[in-house]
Design a protein. Structure first.
Lengths: 238, 238
DNA sequence: AATATAACCATACATAAGTATAGATCAAGC
DNA sequence: GCTTGATCTATACTTATGTATGGTTATATT
């Protein structure tokens, strides 16, 4: 009949609790749905679910599904064959646990947040930790990948005063036309490469290290200087 | 009748080429399958596909599907309603392009690797870029999340000589027992917090800044010092 | 005790939906 | 010209599959 009922769940942990509190058979049906969708790539029928948990009657399944639907965990389109679907959050919670085998026994579901890095607050010396009420996620990989970036591992300390240490990874965005002051990955005419702060002057380019023991590199504008990209991020492992 | 035919495709680029070379209507059908699966969470019927590209007859769709099946791009289980599925590689190629709207026009398919940040090589001043033949993925978020870490945003420059700048995110691993020389997040007795390098001495702890204009903090061992965790990573956005 | 939930059973009805068969036109390649 | 693939059409047949209706027993909660 109708689609999903008033769904009061907001977060993954709500769904997690709901799944945890399911009666045994309802949990088995939910697991089996996830298994069959993953295995077959399409929704199961009532008959297949009935066979999967060894009951003789599709109406039994229908009633389990009605209960699961009331709890916001599944939905379907009325009168359409094989239109059963897991609620998105549920599918995600269960997805990583599904194996392509005959077992419909899924262990304890793992929450997605276990794969996300939370920013819990701000720390400044002389104060306490200023906690963030709703921790935001650090989104590094996909953010930069989406704008076409790649990473390079840095060797050397020419940019140490800019906080770029030996062994760090710089995240580079391809951009042949940097602004003054940008930190760039530059290819020089002699085939060497370097990470430096870039300045454009009237007749030349200047590549400036952030290390007082080193000198800037001046490149005549008639020379061949290739700017691979600008440094937009940094990652370090301690 | 049967499932998928002999599928000679091996790699994503083979599928990509096959999709690229599809006749117009077959491409439209393929796109629409992806759209409807994404939108509805279940497989479309022949009638729905027919309606989607404005033909009157389910047999038209069936013939398009036969052609797509011969090319290894879709499959279904014979005689089962709504059992149509995209081949896994195809689903992945098309998946991220699907919008939850009425359009079944999908631009050029995007590959999953576009969401991953590749380490392309090593750069050291005075040399070229030493390219990595098989670029490895930078795995930051899930790696640290899996071992229980969280991030804190740093305010101040007490650790600037360690390459930790104002505004950086430090990734903190909970650990109440750091080793000498570890950079830690510490809570002092007066309720303040700080990021410093940790040393344990005979009667005291020493929290050492990495900024010559600042002095170490000495804490008597009878005092209450809480070590929240050690700094295991750093991220900066330029 | 009364009520709600859980979990199973049966039969009957209705139709969504896949398949079969047959046909036509057009375009491209040999 | 002939063949193949692409793309559309029609009608008919069949059944997989959801829904409706009705029933029972056991358990937990109020």
């Amino acid at each position: 009949m109708n689609n999903i009922e008033n769904n009061e769940f907001v977060s993954a942990s709500d769904y997690y609790q709901a799944i945890e509190g399911l009666p045994k058979r309802q949990r088995e049906v939910l697991n089996l749905i996830a298994v069959l969708i993953k295995r077959n790539g399409y929704s199961p029928s009532l008959a297949e679910l009935a066979e999967g948990i060894n009951v003789r009657n599709r109406m039994t399944i229908n009633q389990h599904l009605e209960a699961l639907k009331r709890k916001g965990l599944v939905s379907w389109s009325a009168n359409l064959k094989r239109s059963l679907k897991l609620t998105d959050a549920v599918a995600e919670l269960l997805n990583d646990q599904v194996e392509d085998n005959n077992s419909n026994t899924i262990p304890f579901p793992k929450s997605k947040s276990e794969y996300e890095l939370n920013v819990m607050g701000t720390i400044s010396a002389g104060s306490g930790i200023d906690a963030i009420e709703n921790p935001e996620k650090l989104d590094i990989e996909s953010y930069y990948a989406k704008i076409g970036c790649y990473a390079l591992k840095v060797k050397g300390d020419s940019m140490i005063d800019a906080g770029i240490n030996d062994g760090d990874y710089v995240i580079v965005k391809p951009n042949p036309s940097p602004n003054n002051g940008d930190i760039v990955v530059a290819l020089l005419e002699d085939g060497t490469a370097t990470v430096k702060r870039f300045y454009k002057e009237s007749n030349s380019f200047k590549l400036v290290p952030e290390n007082p023991s080193m000198n800037p590199i001046i490149i005549d504008k008639s020379s061949n200087l290739t700017i691979q990209g600008i440094v937009v991020g940094l990652f370090r492992q301690f």
